[in-house]
Design a protein around this ligand. Structure first.
Ligand SMILES: NC(=O)c1ccc[n+]([C@@H]2O[C@H](COP(=O)([O-])OP(=O)(O)OC[C@H]3O[C@@H](n4cnc5c(N)ncnc54)[C@H](OP(=O)(O)O)[C@@H]3O)[C@@H](O)[C@H]2O)c1
Length: 326
């Protein structure tokens, strides 16, 4: 039986990954900075929670020991250069080192759509540049013979997401939606499909001449951000399904709005770096490997999102919005 260490297994996608691995009868260890963060997965059978500072190289190496596979879902969406570098690059280097020292044979790493694989520093945001440099750090593991799979999801939707729920929640509160990057394009992917991609990549090797085996993980449809905002309100029944008027902000106003949000307490709902990420279309690249090569038929957004947004997740008002932002 395979022993799998999941870093970030307490998170939105990670919890679904853990559930699928446990269902397959695999032994799963979730590494978390605080045991309580893993409360939604800790009672799954054959799952052990390990509390540690994943940035501590010795602690990480000890956690990796005895595992056949490491899955890395750790990431941050906001911060400064140093924070992105620490979490998306330095941590990946530490994971690679730990895998090499402990003889781990397989590593599955969750990156993000929009990364420039050839030239990471050409990407438009700190988030994407650091994610790209994190991917580069994996090449050392590939050279050492570790089986490395990288998944690059577009924006992920599903019960408890911080995307459609957030926009639906905002429209519960505000009479209009001033929206930055309204015409940015996304190909939203269901969280269950991303989790299946992680699981399927454990048993599947796809042929590619690139140094890394990268699978873009996208849903079947492309939407603008404005359309997704509109759909979130419609599904959540905001204003009797009519939603709120969406006002597309020019770039300068969008940046000013994001700068303001960065100064509110807690994780910002939107940052200038998020807006910069949206300068590259968040859609599948022709010719790249995708979910189909992992045996997955990507699910359409409407039936799933309608189901969980209708259930009233967006009814918690401002508190709900702030919770989703954390
Ligand atoms: N959600 C999306 O729409 C989306 C889209 C594209 C790509 N992705 C990628 O998919 C992966 C998983 O995303 P997610 O949405 O599931 O993320 P998430 O819910 O925010 O979970 C991320 C995990 O990272 C850990 N973490 C957060 N900050 C950390 C820090 N400073 N140091 C160490 N660990 C930290 C947390 O674990 P503990 O709190 O337990 O320590 C958390 O469980 C990430 O790589 C993300 O970039 C997500």
């Amino acid at each position: 039986m395979k022993n799998i260490l999941v870093l970030g297994g307490s998170g939105f996608i990670g919890a679904h990954v853990c559930e699928k691995l446990v269902r397959l009868g695999l032994n799963v260890t979730v590494a978390t900075r605080r045991r309580n963060n893993a409360r939604y997965v800790m009672h799954l059978p054959s799952l052990t929670v390990l509390e540690l500072d994943v940035h501590d190289e010795l602690a990480l190496s000890n956690a990796v020991a005895g595992h056949d596979v490491v899955v890395n879902l750790v990431a941050v969406l906001h911060g400064n250069q140093a924070r992105f570098e620490r979490v998306h690059v330095a941590l990946v280097q530490k994971i690679v080192n730990a895998c090499l020292i402990r003889g781990v044979k397989q590593l599955v790493h969750i990156s993000a759509l929009g990364v420039n694989g050839k030239n990471p520093d050409a990407a438009p945001s700190m988030y994407l540049r650091s994610k790209g440099r994190g991917e580069k750090a994996l090449e050392l593991a590939v050279q050492a013979g570790v089986d490395v799979t990288v998944l690059r999801p577009s924006v992920v939707f599903g019960q408890g997401d911080k995307f459609l729920n957030l926009f639906a929640g905002l429209q519960k509160i505000f009479p209009v939606m001033p929206l930055a990057a309204a015409s940015a394009r996304f190909q939203p992917v269901w969280v269950e499909d991303v989790a299946s991609a992680v699981v399927n990549s454990l048993g599947k090797a796809a042929i590619t001449s690139e140094p890394l085996r990268v699978f873009e993980s996208c849903g079947p449809e492309v939407f603008t951000l404005a359309k997704l905002v509109e759909l979130s309100a419609k599904f959540a029944g905001v204003n009797e399904g009519r939603g709120r008027p969406v006002i597309a902000l020019p770039d300068w106003a969008g940046n000013a709005q994001a700068a303001l949000m960065e100064h509110l307490p807690g994780e910002p709902l939107m940052s200038r770096d998020n807006l910069a990420s949206m300068k590259v279309p968040n859609i599948a690249t022709p010719g790249m490997l995708g979910l189909a090569q992992l045996g997955i038929t990507a699910s359409a957004l409407q039936p799933i999102a309608q189901d969980y947004l209708t259930q009233g997740q967006a009814t918690h008002g401002l508190l709900g919005v702030r919770q989703h932002a954390h």
